[in-house]
Design a protein around this ligand. Structure first.
Ligand code: ZN
Length: 183
């Protein structure tokens, strides 16, 4: 287990289309170690999702873990720690949902992105079984953001208006909802 360095925008690996994972390799010690490293790295950096290319491993694997509850970026729905192998996204309703996104590979910035608000995700789990999830709103955004990394895309590529790209501090000062009073 190890915390790995997250590569940042400008590193060429973030712009590559990642290779599919061979389902027969899911039990290999090297692959299990990669998943463990991704979980350690995600938790150490304090993100909600991490795609393998972000630690310079160009394979189609992402981990997502959302504790849920109130945060400085609003009330978040929860998602237990889950790994997704070779995921595919099907848009069920392309009515857009706007979210201020951030990315561990683009540290310190937030950008407003509209993405389809209702999707189905199909992927292999770590046991090699096909799993399917239907997701709405914020969760649909998180999954699309992470899986975009597997195609060499960053959220800034999805922005319609670069005036809505800003530093975290300015985002919190000028755009974020004021936090609710503590109980
Ligand atoms: Zn990202």
């Amino acid at each position: 287990m190890a915390v790995r360095r997250i590569i940042r925008m400008g590193h060429p690996t973030l712009r590559q289309v990642a290779a599919p994972v061979d389902a027969a390799a899911l039990g290999d010690p090297g692959f299990k170690r990669l998943v463990e490293d991704m979980v350690d790295t995600l938790r150490d950096y304090g993100g909600v999702g991490l795609a393998a290319p972000q630690i310079n491993e160009s394979v189609r694997l992402a981990v997502i873990e959302i504790p849920g509850g109130p945060t400085r970026y609003g009330e978040l729905p929860s998602m237990p720690l889950t790994a997704f192998v070779n995921p595919e996204v099907q848009v069920l309703d392309d009515a857009p949902n706007g979210v201020w996104e951030g990315c561990l590979s683009v540290p310190g910035l937030r950008g407003y992105v509209e993405r389809p608000g209702h999707i189905r995700v199909s992927a292999l789990n770590l046991a090699g079984q096909r799993v399917s999830l239907e997701l709405n709103g914020f969760l649909a955004t998180v999954f699309q953001h992470e899986f975009d990394h597997l195609d060499g895309k960053l959220y800034i590529d999805r922005m319609a208006d670069t005036a809505k790209l800003m530093f975290d501090e300015e985002y919190l000062r000028y755009e974020a909802e004021p936090p609710a009073d503590p109980p």
